[in-house]
Design a binder for this molecule. Structure first.
Ligand SMILES: NC(=O)c1ccc[n+]([C@@H]2O[C@H](COP(=O)([O-])OP(=O)(O)OC[C@H]3O[C@@H](n4cnc5c(N)ncnc54)[C@H](O)[C@@H]3O)[C@@H](O)[C@H]2O)c1
Ligand SMILES: N[C@H](C(=O)O)[C@H](O)COP(=O)(O)O
Length: 334
């Protein structure tokens, strides 16, 4: 029997519950060869089913990791109900600390199942970082939270679609702190983790990694900044010494064109928006967020809680479908 993929429901007041149900009800996940199990809250999922006008019933079960089952026609979805939120009273887009705690409980439980080997991978729905802070967790997102829980020092946030994959050296911090945060060691570690994950999970024998500059025109020989010469070029040289096919520092403005046409397997970016603007421009619908370097497999939707859409039934579930599909593919290579 295949181990399940656990889907964490994310913020109960955002679009997470809706995109999970939409993907399940549409049949878009039928091709996934592993059982799916939602770590969430049955009452909140029922509310999402109402929103989608789906005729969906809920029942209790005790079946492996599941405690409940949602049924719509002949479709069944296993659920581990980990919170008992007052679903009808939850206000769309306004998660309180109880919602924040629930989001954390879903993630921590799913992570622990993956660490124990009772699940093959986890796929996360979008959370609200303020709400988890209100519940006592100061991690800026899943990436850091999972790194801590798995006791892993260095992980890499990768977002990707068919045409472009970006790996970030720095993630959630003020832009003005980026230059002082970049170090040669951290860039080398990002390149190494990316290289190893692309060999293992994405079928690349010798991954072609483009490493970006920080400044315009790669610093223009020092005229527009010296991070390229001081920090980034030495990292590329060190990676190449280890046999990694890394090149750069490339000017960020032009490089994405060549990466998207297939000249590189991944682009190593110095900061969040450097990588995620081109990525979401090309792949907002079908992009997947993956944490590389963990001892477990974690993929995620590439979008957030979309409060402007929450409660309307209009959220697109393509990214969730892509994230589940990628988790299943990665699990085959575990
Ligand atoms: N994986 C995660 O947990 C994750 C990822 C990104 C952002 N976030 C969080 O989400 C919150 C909102 O962030 P944001 O506004 O930057 O990004 P967002 O992705 O929530 O919204 C940006 C825009 O994209 C649209 N959008 C998002 N998801 C969509 C979908 N499934 N279908 C159609 N349109 C969609 C929204 O309506 C909005 O116009 C923040 O708290 C952020 O930290 C969480
Ligand atoms: N930077 C991600 C994005 O914009 O999609 C996002 O905030 C996710 O962060 P975590 O996976 O760490 O929650």
């Amino acid at each position: 029997m295949h181990k399940p993929l656990i889907l964490t429901m994310g913020d109960p007041t955002g679009v997470g519950p809706e995109v999970i149900l939409k993907a399940w009800l549409s049949g878009a996940l039928d091709g996934v060869k592993r059982p799916l199990l939602v770590a969430g809250d049955t009452a909140v999922l029922q509310r999402a089913a109402h929103l989608l006008q789906a005729d969906c019933t809920t029942g209790e079960i005790a079946d492996g990791l599941a405690t409940h089952m949602l049924q719509a026609g002949n479709r069944r979805l296993a659920v581990r109900s980990l919170s008992n939120l007052p679903a009808p009273q939850l206000s769309w887009g306004h998660p309180d600390a109880h919602c924040g705690k629930a989001m954390l409980d879903y993630i921590n439980w799913a992570c622990d199942q993956c660490l124990k080997g009772t699940a093959a991978a986890m796929v996360t729905g979008p959370i609200n970082k303020q709400a988890i802070l209100a519940a006592g967790c100061d991690a800026p997102g899943h990436t850091e939270l999972l790194a801590r829980r798995c006791r892993t020092d260095k992980v890499v946030m990768m977002l990707g679609g068919a045409h472009l994959k970006v790996c970030l050296v720095t993630t959630h911090l003020p832009l003005k702190e980026v230059p002082d945060t970049l170090t040669t060691e951290d860039i080398v570690a990002t390149i190494r983790i990316t290289d190893s994950a692309f060999r293992r999970f994405f079928g690349c024998r010798n991954p072609r990694l483009a490493v970006l500059a920080l400044n315009p025109h790669a610093g223009e020989g020092g005229r527009f900044g010296d991070e390229e010469e001081r920090i980034i070029a030495p990292a590329i040289a060190a990676a190449r010494q280890c046999g990694i096919n890394a090149s750069g520092p490339h000017s960020a403005d032009a490089l994405f064109h060549f990466a998207a046409r297939g000249d590189y397997d991944a682009v190593v970016c110095m900061y969040h928006d450097q990588g995620l603007i081109p990525l979401k421009l090309l792949h907002f619908e079908d992009g997947v967020n993956v944490t590389l370097g963990l001892p477990i497999i974690r993929t995620s939707v590439d979008h957030g809680t979309a409060y402007d859409l929450a409660g309307t039934g209009k959220a697109d579930c393509s990214s969730l479908v892509a994230a589940v599909t990628m988790a299943a593919q990665m699990a085959e290579k575990q």
